[in-house]
Design a protein around this ligand. Sequence first.
Ligand code: IMP
Ligand code: MG
Length: 194
Amino acid sequence: MNEHARDGAPYLTAEGLMARTGGRELQRVVFGAEAIDARVREMGAEITGHYGPDDDVLILGLLKGSFIFLSDLVRHIARPLHVDFIVASSYGAGTTSTGDVKLLYDPTAPIEGRHIVLVEDIVDSGNTINRLTRALESRGPASIELCALLHKHIAEGLVLEPRWVGFDAPTDFLVGYGLDHAEDFRHLPFVASI
Ligand code: IMP
Ligand code: MG
């Protein structure tokens, strides 16, 4: 990586970055750790303000990509809530969506009558969201909202537009802060292109 490595500060020195990537070069930091932190705080406050005091809120994280985003986000939501996860898979080891979304784990938490916040790392083709939204809607939630860290704005016919978006993303393939390429790079504290 080039001079942009500084955007990942204060969590990572150039040596720390090399240690985490095994020496593989990233192209550039697209969203630095400090920018992500500031935006995630804002999103937490927005979600806090969106719901009434008696609403039964379930934060549903889409694994694995949302695991860091969700864990930071819920610490900035100042109201009672529950957390559960869904595991879906659409990419395999490639960098383009296969369009074939598999549901590998279903939440144990009940959905009926509850306010669901589906937490995604990134909205790309929209296949995952379209498939999951339909599956969840059939279980009678009080509402479903989508909260995505990143949105590429290339999806056609999204059945649910995200109410909360961290950042509009370039169409490059992005890694870090939960996002992977063939399972690598999830643990980077910033989002970079490869
Ligand atoms: P979609 O179904 O095409 O919208 O893609 C959704 C999932 O694909 C996301 O939850 C990510 O896990 C993955 N994905 C999409 N774009 C990227 C990317 O740029 N980097 C890493 N993963 C991505
Ligand atoms: Mg992935």
